[in-house]
Design a binder for this molecule. Structure first.
Ligand SMILES: *[C@@H]1O[C@H](CO)[C@@H](O)[C@H](O)[C@H]1NC(C)=O
Ligand SMILES: *[C@@H]1O[C@H](CO)[C@@H](O)[C@H](O)[C@H]1NC(C)=O
Ligand SMILES: *[C@@H]1O[C@H](CO)[C@@H](O)[C@H](O)[C@H]1NC(C)=O
Ligand SMILES: *[C@@H]1O[C@H](CO)[C@@H](O)[C@H](O)[C@H]1NC(C)=O
Ligand SMILES: *[C@@H]1O[C@H](CO)[C@@H](O)[C@H](O)[C@H]1NC(C)=O
Ligand SMILES: *[C@@H]1O[C@H](CO)[C@@H](O)[C@H](O)[C@H]1NC(C)=O
Ligand SMILES: *[C@@H]1O[C@H](CO)[C@@H](O)[C@H](O)[C@H]1NC(C)=O
Ligand SMILES: *[C@@H]1O[C@H](CO)[C@@H](O)[C@H](O)[C@H]1NC(C)=O
Ligand SMILES: CC(=O)N[C@H]1CO[C@H](CO)[C@@H](O)[C@@H]1O
Length: 563
């Protein structure tokens, strides 16, 4: 049994309260240290600003930071709780950190991300010089040579960020089988799991990125979102996530599903950090012509970070979403989400907002899976082929969806292990053609239904954003419209863990203490507004700080341990 004192220390660590000079006694708890390092940020929670303060004062360097984060990854990725959040770490991150340290010493600071380690989803291209694969979690892409950094990576590096690692995900961003394969599983990285419950579903598809941000394996992360892949894992991991408007962020160099719906978004512990990341990745890119139609100039997404941003604002609650199952995975349990959400409404009102009902009356048409999946299927066939053609070398030799299906079937030991055989969505994609008149018709219809439905709910009720418990992201994704989710609450401890499907590695969803968020959804290019609302709510409530990951999933290494 742990001594009283150790128990107190453990509790203090869990709560993020650090206490001095702990004697761990004879027990071997070297891997469980939690020592007071005054002035050093706790990497579990540290913000960009806190990390930067220590870099500026010379308390530590970016090299120290990279060493500390790598040690934290090592503690939990394949050891301890085996979270499998990271597929590959960067062999050049330390050298990059040293370069950025030298620049800082010389008085050059590239931007607010200078010398800060960020982890990105493994479907985002990194240049060959960085020595990492871009696999989307599939052996069909292991060893490919990309043409260079994805546009979003260039954006991060321009601000001085260090790309620390590539994060695990749901394979092919959950476009292989979303009903028969579990979220967070890839053949290359295995099953990643939620740090809030052993073998909890991380949700996806950007699950690895969210795990990394949730427990401080990096300062923050990037995910990609087609039908909810940033909002879901951000919500499930007690984080802030932004799904930007289609056309705001370039998809150049991102393994695609659908050009009509794919986007890349920030996953961070605070609204401020998410806004800083969005600043780094937003903007036009000639190689992705969807981004050429965006309003100019690109806003500074940190400009509206004001605690009184909700004063005089009208917000709408689409109550009829209850019929569409706004928290589908937990509907069978007595979740208490409704009560927490009603409290959030009261909090928003106390901050000066007026909250009214604003039903999205055609929600069932928006969420009609037949149409959405048809667009995803058709686009995937075309967009995958175009992506593969950009690569300088593909060892598997795949050129299109048919080759990919054949590769998987020819390598069942790699791609189709027991209980992970399905590739039904690939087969669905293989049967589509963008020359089918139904393709253009469905895109036009869904754009009208999606944008029209959300804009009507906003305009008819004179509200600037819709609010509801996260995750319920698909309806915004269908419209190509933005969402931001911010931590709100946790399922009660008595929630019964429910097994997800039947797989070799079992995951659970829901589970006790599963985090959930509050979403703000708006019209196209309303990110700056949504971010300001989320900030005001976050600053008034700080729900993220109410609960930490389970003990084993909290990495113990801090910066002084590597200095
Ligand atoms: C530092 O700045 C000086 C003067 O601008 C330059 O000559 C030198 O190469 C710089 N050193 C590094 C490491 O960037
Ligand atoms: C890519 O993955 C393979 C297999 O895991 C590994 O051998 C290789 O070092 C990785 N990196 C690169 C740049 O190919
Ligand atoms: C982008 O370019 C393609 C090919 O030139 C064209 O078909 C498409 O309409 C353009 N899309 C936008 C949004 O400009
Ligand atoms: C909105 O939806 C809720 C829940 O379905 C329903 O009770 C309410 O009457 C609807 N409001 C309007 C104006 O239709
Ligand atoms: C979904 O859309 C398809 C194709 O437009 C249509 O045939 C089907 O009836 C719709 N389903 C529902 C439940 O509305
Ligand atoms: C088309 O779909 C059918 C039924 O799912 C499947 O048997 C067939 O293999 C698919 N075609 C291709 C080219 O994959
Ligand atoms: C809409 O709401 C704003 C306050 O956010 C108010 O000033 C304005 O008068 C309202 N417009 C209508 C048409 O009700
Ligand atoms: C789970 O899958 C395994 C392997 O396919 C199978 O042997 C077992 O019967 C399944 N169990 C349930 C409860 O479906
Ligand atoms: C960085 C890291 O730990 N990567 C691991 C991810 O998971 C695969 C599969 O277990 C390992 O082979 C990698 O080493």
């Amino acid at each position: 049994m742990l001594s009283h004192r150790l128990l107190l220390t453990a509790l203090a660590c869990l709560l993020g309260i650090v206490s001095a000079n702990i004697d761990f006694g004879a027990r071997d708890l070297s891997a469980r240290k939690c020592i007071d390092y005054p002035a050093y940020p706790d990497l579990y929670e540290a913000s960009f600003a806190e990390i930067t303060a220590g870099l500026e004062s010379g308390l530590y360097t970016s090299v120290d930071l990279v060493k500390a984060y790598l040690a934290r990854i090592d503690e939990v990725n394949l050891k301890g709780p085996v979270l499998r959040a990271v597929i590959e770490t960067s062999p050049v991150a330390l050298a990059e950190a040293a370069k950025l340290d030298a620049l800082r010493k010389n008085g050059t600071v590239l931007g607010p991300l200078h010398g800060i380690p960020i982890i990105v989803k493994d479907n985002i291209d990194t240049q060959p010089e960085d020595g990492m694969n871009t696999t989307a979690g599939s052996y069909a892409l292991v060893g490919t040579i990309t043409p260079g950094d994805a546009a979003v990576i260039k954006g991060l590096k321009k601000q001085g960020a260090i790309i620390l690692a590539k994060a695990n995900l749901s394979q092919w961003a959950f476009w292989r089988s979303s009903t028969l394969l579990p979220s967070g599983w890839t053949s290359v990285g295995g099953q990643c799991t939620n740090p809030y419950f052993p073998f909890g579903n991380p949700s996806g598809s950007s699950g690895g990125s969210a795990i990394c941000a949730a427990i401080g394996l990096s300062a923050a992360a990037l995910g990609s979102d087609t039908g909810g892949s940033v909002i879901y894992p951000s919500s499930y991991q007690n984080l802030v996530g932004i799904r930007p408007t289609i056309g705001l962020v370039s998809r150049t160099g991102v393994v695609p599903i659908s050009e009509h719906h794919d986007t890349v978004g920030p996953i961070a512990r605070s609204v401020t950090d998410a806004a800083i990341l969005l600043n780094a990745i937003a903007g036009p890119d000639a190689s992705d012509n969807y981004t050429l139609a965006q309003p100019s100039p690109v806003p500074d997404y940190t400009a509206g970070l004001k605690k009184d941003a909700l004063k005089g604002v009208r917000l709408g609650v689409p109550r009829n979403f209850n019929n569409a199952g706004w928290f589908t995975s937990a509907t069978s349990t007595n979740t208490g989400i409704d009560t927490v959400f009603e409290q959030a409404i009261a909090d928003l009102e106390a901050l000066g907002a007026t909250v009214v009902e604003a039903n999205v009356t055609n929600i069932n048409d928006i969420l009609n899976g037949t149409n959405v999946y048809y667009i995803f299927s058709s686009d995937f066939r075309k967009d995958l082929e175009e992506y593969l053609a950009t690569l300088k070398y593909v060892p598997s030799g795949i050129k299109n969806i048919d080759d990919l299906i054949d590769f998987d079937n020819a390598h069942p030991e790699l791609e189709e292990p027991l209980t992970y055989e399905s590739q039904d969505l690939f087969y669905q994609s293989a049967n589509t053609s963008i020359d089918d008149p139904r393709y253009r018709q469905t895109i036009a219809y869904m754009s009208l239904v999606g944008k029209g439905g959300i804009d009507a709910a906003l305009n008819d009720n004179n509200v600037t954003a819709l609010i509801f418990p996260s995750p319920q992201s698909t309806f915004s994704a269908v419209a190509g419209y933005p969402q931001i989710t911010v931590p709100l609450g946790f399922l009660p401890p008595y929630t019964a863990p429910v097994q997800v499907q039947n797989h070799t590695v079992q995951t659970y969803d829901p589970f006790p203490g599963l985090p959930f968020g509050l979403t703000f959804a708006g019209t196209g290019y309303s990110e700056a507004t949504l971010i300001s609302y989320a900030y005001a709510f976050e600053q008034a409530t700080h729900h993220r700080l109410e609960k930490r990951a389970y003990w084993e999933a909290i990495p113990k290494t801090q910066i002084p341990d590597v200095q």
